[in-house]
Ligand binder design. Structure first.
Ligand code: H79
Length: 471
């Protein structure tokens, strides 16, 4: 009898001890505030991204069908904005979606191009401002599977190919939506302030019933490493909604990375807010520009190779490979990432001009990548004149002086002192170079003739690897 009572007491104690705790845990998980995070936890979450340095942006959607031309006329501006700039009515624009049939799309080929370019991640438009979804959404039928003749899930194919090849997978997602009646924002409401108040209500409903459920699908089905929001600047979207969206995404996948356009904190196109910590978002997003100097915050410069994000058949204003390589070096020296865009055709092909440029970048990175990946800003200047950029191996006393061009037989590198007796190499050449050091001139490196003669080929810019310290 006694033991039975003890037994009951113990059982009830166990139940009492377990029950509330379990509930509390659930509550805590629900309430976890992802806006507050230790520096250490943040560093851990950001590590792969900081090491990666170089990613591919893919702008692909219905706009690749008109490819910049509406009513037989060239529409000015960026290709993915053709619906707005051409003032194309929704029903008419939908007809392009009905023709979107990329029979030549091959996810493995795209990922191979990414890998060969030396890129470590991709960010693709799951839904751009035009509202068309590249995946099989259950929330809407305005998507690749239900609405377009192609009928296959693009994001499934790409996320699988990325996983298989060790490429991190990111999803762009537009908050503004020109296809949804409650999220078209500035376009048709700007002259009617009352209607705009109405729309704020409807917009909140759009966020709850449309945008968030779609984002949930994306995270649950494709397990993205990054959510890259855009179109957050519309008046209807508020700072509170931005913070809430950030919390929501992190609650679905705690270690995901989210750009700063999830909230209202971007300053113009530079995307680095000045009030650190006030706005949600893990990294800044300067658009079509590179920061003037290094920043204490994480940032990623997104840029086009010609003058459009989405494919435009008449845009031939391509940047040179040399400039693209220089941009990658410049961004890295300033501690940022470079997200370089391609705009595939409606047939599913990445333009040949883009592939050629990416291949040159990959060729340079195959030799010189150690000066780019897993590097950090040095304490001193990120550059010496226009010609030299510096990076530093993460956590090591190894510095890289990346020299764009040179014509003389000696080069002086200042602000660094090479370790006595250490060897200085140019990446890609296994002979060590003669060097000396004095306080006034810095490190003076003798450049062998064979390196000067190769100054114009694809191995340049040349990278000098120096073991030592900053002075
Ligand atoms: O997806 C690509 C473009 O379609 C998209 N962002 C890249 C990555 C883009 N959205 N808008 N724009 C480009 C240009 C819009 C500029 C402006 Fe504004 C919007 C000017 C005024 C409102 C944002 C807010 C920039 C300045 C204030």
């Amino acid at each position: 009898m006694k033991s039975r009572i003890y037994f009951l007491i113990i059982v009830s104690l166990i139940i009492a001890a377990c029950q509330p705790k379990a509930k509390e845990e659930v509550k805590q998980a629900e309430k976890k505030n992802y806006l507050v995070e230790s520096q250490e936890a943040f560093n851990g979450r950001m590590e792969w991204w900081r090491d990666a340095r170089f990613g591919m942006f893919i702008h692909w959607g219905v706009y690749s069908v008109p490819a910049g031309i509406y009513n037989e006329e060239e529409v000015k501006g960026i290709g993915e904005w053709i619906m707005k700039h051409g003032q194309i009515p929704i029903e008419e624009y939908e007809q392009y979606a009905k023709q979107f049939n990329p029979v030549n799309f091959n996810a493995d080929q795209w990922v191979k191009i990414i890998k060969d370019a030396g890129m470590k991640y991709l960010v693709i438009t799951s839904k751009h401002h035009d509202g068309f979804a590249l995946w099989d959404s259950k929330v809407s039928n305005y998507d690749m599977v239900d609405f377009a003749p192609y009928g296959k899930d693009i994001l499934k194919a790409l996320s699988d190919a990325c996983k298989k090849n060790g490429i991190k997978f990111g999803l762009y997602h537009s908050i503004m939506d020109w296809h949804h009646p409650d999220a078209q924002a500035f376009s048709y409401l700007k002259d009617d302030p009352n209607k705009r108040e109405d729309n704020k209500k409807n917009f909140a409903e759009y966020l709850e019933k449309y945008l968030k459920p779609q984002v949930k699908e994306l995270i649950e089905n494709y397990d993205p490493d990054i959510m890259w929001f855009d179109g957050e600047w519309v008046g209807e979207f508020t700072h509170e909604q931005g913070q809430e969206l950030y919390q929501y995404v992190r609650s679905l996948k705690p270690n995901i990375l989210i750009n700063n356009r999830v909230d209202k904190g971007r300053a113009g196109m530079q995307g680095m807010n000045k009030e650190d910590g006030v706005y949600a978002g893990d990294f800044g997003t300067p658009e079509q520009e590179i920061l003037e100097a290094a920043s204490a915050l994480d940032w990623e410069s997104c840029m086009t190779m010609n003058d459009t994000w989405g494919f435009k058949k008449n845009d031939h204003n391509w940047k040179s490979s040399k400039l693209l390589i220089h941009n990658l070096i410049d961004v890295s020296a300033k501690g940022g990432n470079y997200l370089l865009n391609v705009g595939p055709t409606s047939e599913g092909l990445i333009p040949e001009e883009s592939i050629e440029r990416l291949a040159s970048m990959g060729k340079w990175l195959a030799i010189n990548g150690e000066a780019i990946y897993a590097t950090e800003k040095r304490n001193g200047n990120y550059k010496q004149g226009d010609n030299i950029r510096f990076t530093k191996k993460k956590g090591k006393d190894i510095y890289y002086a990346i020299v764009n061009e040179f014509t003389e037989a000696n080069i002086n590198i200042k602000g660094l002192k090479a370790r006595a007796g250490s060897e200085i190499f140019v990446l890609g050449y296994d002979k060590n170079l003669e060097w000396e050091y004095n306080n006034e001139d810095g490190i003076i490196i003798a450049i062998p003739a064979f390196l000067i003669t190769s100054n114009n080929d694809s191995t340049t810019p040349l990278v000098f690897k120096i073991e030592g310290e900053e002075v």
